[in-house]
Design a protein around this ligand. Structure first.
Ligand code: TXA
Ligand code: MG
Length: 319
């Protein structure tokens, strides 16, 4: 198993030696390396088994560093950075020439954010470079929200996971790009669109296309448990269509009484969408380990973080 530790000093020393490590953020854990080290960046792609065309997010310590990463920054991007950084918002902007092609998948744009986690912010303070970090899961698997998830995925291939506890948000950052200075949604995430629209007005929804996704994380099968998963507005009705099987159920607020249910995950008994979002991946991880015939998930209300949860659940149903 990789070493799970909260030593920032260890983390700094490994990163300075072109190694990669697991890092905590408020969204999910990342697999981090020096953006200027080809060795580190290549290891990230190799360890995740991720195709090179799928670019990485650059993590910086403060919005003040943004101009060293991006150029021709639209006014609305600056407003969003001021409102939400550090926080779960990634901006896709024109890149500075110093940003290596390996990090951006050869694109002329770069994805960048300031993560909101005290350990990772102090780690970034002590480094002379930003960190490229995709979510710390093998390509196509559920993103990790604890250090143990990360260590479980990569075993001793990874020298260290910086342990920052359970991720507070629990779902990846929201990704926003720009067209003629106006915001376009590339990926639903932990920051609700309603909050973004309150600052910069209407956000255009990019209609995603599996063959040419804007953000390759939008590939439709992504974030998926190994167990066959169904998404339905009515779990009780769906249960009737199954004979006696071992079924796992994932619901928002209210438990369901049915002898076919072997395991049940209730994401927020008080009906709080932020709490439900923070529990989603950990619940899917647990259900996936229960040797179930299938998982039946309840559709969430289509507002705020409910939209993000439905987006991830939809992807979890794809095989
Ligand atoms: O919350 C998060 O965003 C986490 C934590 C670790 O920060 N990171 C994360 O990274 O989710 P990853 O690599 O799993 O997802 C990043 C997404 C991918 O879908 C990638 O295609 C997209 O960002 N992306 C990166 N650079 C891009 C660019 N220049 N243009 C469009 N999409 C980009
Ligand atoms: Mg990911």
């Amino acid at each position: 198993m990789s070493l799970i530790s909260n030593s920032i000093q260890n983390a700094v020393s490994l990163l300075n030696q072109d190694q990669i490590i697991g890092i905590p953020t408020e969204t999910v854990y990342g697999l981090a390396g020096n953006i200027f080290s080809p060795k580190a960046i290549e290891s990230i792609f190799a360890m995740k088994k991720r195709p090179f065309f799928n670019p990485l997010i650059v993590h910086i310590k403060s919005a003040e560093d943004l101009s060293t990463i991006a150029r021709e920054i639209p006014q609305k991007a600056l407003l969003l950075a001021a409102a939400f950084w550090p926080g779960p918002l990634t901006l896709v902007l024109k890149k500075q020439t110093a940003i290596p092609d390996l990090v951006t998948g050869g694109k002329d744009t770069v994805a960048v954010r300031v993560p909101n986690h005290p350990l990772t912010l102090s780690l970034l303070e002590q480094l002379a470079y930003p960190l490229a970090a995709p979510s710390a899961n093998p390509f196509g698997c559920i993103s990790p929200t604890t250090a143990t998830h990360v260590a479980g995925y990569f075993k001793d291939l990874l020298p260290m996971v910086l342990d920052g506890g359970v991720c507070q948000r629990g779902i990846e950052s929201t990704i926003i790009g720009f067209e003629n200075g106006d915001p376009v949604l590339y990926r639903l995430g932990s920051l609700a669109i309603e909050h973004i629209e309150a600052i910069v007005g209407t956000v255009k929804m990019s209609t995603y296309d599996d063959l040419a996704p804007v953000a390759p994380g939008m590939l439709s099968r992504h974030y998926a448990p190994l167990t066959t998963t169904f998404l339905t507005p009515d779990v009780k009705e769906k249960l009737k269509t199954f004979p006696n099987q071992r079924i796992g159920v994932l619901v928002f607020q209210k438990g369901i009484d049915d002898p076919k249910i072997a395991v049940q995950e209730i994401l927020s008994s008080t009906g709080n969408l932020a709490e439900a979002a923070s529990q989603l991946y950990a619940a899917l991880h647990r259900l996936d380990k229960c040797d179930l015939d299938c998982i039946i998930a309840e559709r969430f209300p289509d507002v705020g973080l409910g939209r993000t949860i439905n987006d991830r659940l939809k992807r979890a149903t794809k095989k």
